[in-house]
Design a protein around this ligand. Sequence first.
Ligand code: CTP
Length: 399
Amino acid sequence: MLSFAEKNVLLGVCGSIAAYKACELASRLREQGVRVDCALTASARHLVQPAALEAITGTPVITDMFPLITNPEQGHIAVAQRVHLCLVAPATANILAKAACGIADDWLSTTLLATRAPLLFAPAMNTNMYTHPATQANISVLLERGAAFVGPASGRLACGTEGAGRLADIPDILDAAFCALHQDKDFSGKRILITSGPNHEPIDPVRFIGNRSSGKMGRALALEALCRGAEVGMITGPAQVSPPYGVKAIQVNTADEMYDAVLSCMNEYDVIIGAAAVADYKIERPETSKIKRGTDHILLRLTPNRDIIAAVADAKRPEQRVVGFAAESEDLLLKAAHKLRQKRLDMIIANTIGGEDCAIGADHADAYILVPGQEPEKLEHAEKSRLAKIIFDRLLALD
Ligand code: CTP
């Protein structure tokens, strides 16, 4: 789960049809513990009622400059100074143009000028408006000044056309907001590749052998790397969770597909992290047609898969770093230390399998971080997001 606890976010809502989605966005931000100040532009007020957003945020919604003279808590200067992030969602062509030119003619545009908090825009508009050179030039200006953008997504638009202009999906906006809130970009210029999730090894066209990996650890690592300014690639098996917004993700099924994908791109990366629960075995000869039900026993003959992270460690350049995970039922530290040496890794994270704090599929993990020549670091019941943060802190210290 993302943690925005104790952050103040200004949610600026403009007059796009997607304005109705602001209620869902505000609600998801509140769920994460964010204090949300919400401002509606004059056009947005035709599309969404302040009362709905007030009920969700628990804070009066800002709709006008001047009544706030008697409520200085929500004056543009007070909010501009208080917030950690200004998120404009949906952002219309109009607000992008005003922000790019420094026009301050209503509460939201004035606040965007007065704040020094990071700006994140989630555009939503008709495709022609979005691709118009004027809008694109305004976006370039804002990007150059350090503003961040999420979306727009492509698809069917409210005006009946198809194309770019849909508001990004809410989970993508939350990922982008989380990254924008993180100001320490200590992995900027670094490229990180992460394997994630389980593998599915086919038995026949409808059946497979799989495992319980959710992909949550890989996702937490990818999000942490993005927040810290890295470029992130993910090679992911069929996981329960999607890669975070902004990751270059390749979806695979089998361990062989994962092996080929990782080995073919590993040269482009500075750090390769093997968080996938790679299938150790595959069916030697998967059936090409569905196996029919019968009364006899059937025997599935398994053959070993190649070890991806060990192959990466063998082929790596000296300056590349390779990190693995170890999932063990017993003798955790001993076996993890053995894997660290045997696979010639720079770091391994050891997790216990079984028990309450079983790492596979859960949000928390009991873990040890092992680095050659250093004492193991123990982390008890660590949220995967906290574990990801500590892994990247330790990676920095390796150089
Ligand atoms: N790994 C891999 N390719 C494999 C098996 C594992 O890249 N074919 C990686 C995992 O992503 C993890 C590390 O190796 O980073 C250790 O995985 P783990 O399942 O704990 O150990 P195995 O090497 O599979 O050995 P065992 O199952 O016997 O414990």
